[in-house]
Design a protein around this ligand. Structure first.
Ligand code: PLP
Length: 338
């Protein structure tokens, strides 16, 4: 799971993206419902967005848009896509510039910089806003890209079909196989909508009865990577296949942060705010009694490592409690932040 050299071949990168583990959340499971977490922090750059980044870069290469040691990739992102694009671009020989809301955690921004990316900060909310007139990060990335189109390329994860296909051909089939086709409920948060539409389109083709539950944080939330759709317009990629969603659950900051400690104490995993949000939704969801064997799968998009400053600010942990949690946590694979 470790990328060793900058000379690594394309196929080597591909081989270590995806195929992430699915773990059973023993403490939450009971006779009628088995709960599982898909641990996306096992991707080489630590999150679910490695999939979208890899697929969008490969797609642009196949279309002849990107040229090694010449092209610069520029993208608006709340963090994980920036980390993934920066890591993969560095490995494959492309320049990289990231437009990011200033409220993203300092750790996230430092990781992106350490991977060699130039950063532009905007005053957008935690996630780049979508929709003309409100979107600073997207507008800035687009205007820089269009100023020198022969050099710059913006994948635009908010409308790029390759983002959808990464999950339709990867994450979805993995979950189906890992649950032996027994999955009954799928839970995930929504950023661009790539994960929820890609995974759910695949799962519904296999079994239309599978329930898809979209998880959103409260208004004015502190959950990096996720959107609340009362305050943020829906991205084009999400709108295209929005009908796959059966239910929505909204989780408050407090509900999510409270679960960070629960998951650590019960399952020995130090999760990110967005994973705690998904966990809280799985716990809150009212399963129908008529189904005896429920298999609920939630996406844990990344882990807690880069959220120390947020957890300390929100009084989830003191600084030393966070360090102890990190030592105690299982499922912390080495991530390639060089
Ligand atoms: C931190 C984080 N990033 C990204 C995503 C999913 O994003 P997208 O909708 O862009 O696939 C999630 C979803 O749970 C998330 O928690």
């Amino acid at each position: 799971m470790v990328i060793k050299s900058e000379n690594m071949q394309h196929t080597d990168v591909f081989n270590i993206i995806g195929n992430t583990p699915l773990i059973k959340l023993q403490s939450l499971s009971n006779d009628h419902i088995s709960y599982f977490a898909k641990l996306e922090n096992y991707n080489p750059y630590g999150s679910v967005k490695d999939r979208a980044a890899y697929w969008m870069i490969t797609d642009a290469e196949n279309k002849g848009i990107l040229k090694k040691n010449h092209s610069i990739i520029i993208e608006p992102t709340s963090g994980n896509t920036g980390i993934a694009l920066a890591g993969i671009a560095k490995l494959l020989g492309y320049g990289i510039e990231i437009v990011i809301p200033e409220k993203a955690s300092d750790e996230t921004k430092n990781i992106i910089k350490s991977l060699g990316a130039k950063i532009y900060e905007t005053t957008d909310d935690l996630c780049p806003k979508v929709g003309s007139g409100t979107d600073q990060s997207i507008a800035l990335a687009t205007s820089i890209a269009s100023s020198r189109p022969q050099i710059y390329y913006s994948p635009n994860q908010y409308s790029n079909e390759a983002n959808f296909f990464g999950h339709y051909t990867g994450t979805g089939p993995e979950i189906w196989k890992q649950t032996n086709g027994k999955i009954t409920h799928f839970f995930t948060g929504v950023g661009t909508g790539g994960t929820i539409t890609g995974v759910s389109t695949f799962l519904k083709e296999k079994n239309p009865k599978i329930k898809i539950i979209a998880v959103q944080p409260q208004l004015n939330h502190l959950i990096q990577g996720l959107r609340n759709f009362e305050e943020s317009a829906k991205p084009e990629l999400f709108l295209k296949r929005e009908k796959v969603i059966d239910d929505w659950i909204t989780i408050t900051n407090e509900e999510a942060f409270c679960e960070v400690k629960t998951i650590l104490n019960n399952d020995n995993v130090l999760v990110s705010p967005s994973s705690a949000t998904v966990y809280a939704a799985m716990k809150k969801y009212e399963f129908q009694d008529s189904i005896n064997e429920n298999y609920a799968v939630g996406i844990f998009a990344d882990d807690g490592r880069k959220f120390k400053s947020i957890y300390v600010n929100q009084d989830v942990f003191t600084s030393s409690e966070f360090d102890a949690a990190l030592l105690k946590s299982k499922h912390m694979p080495k991530i390639n932040y060089i």
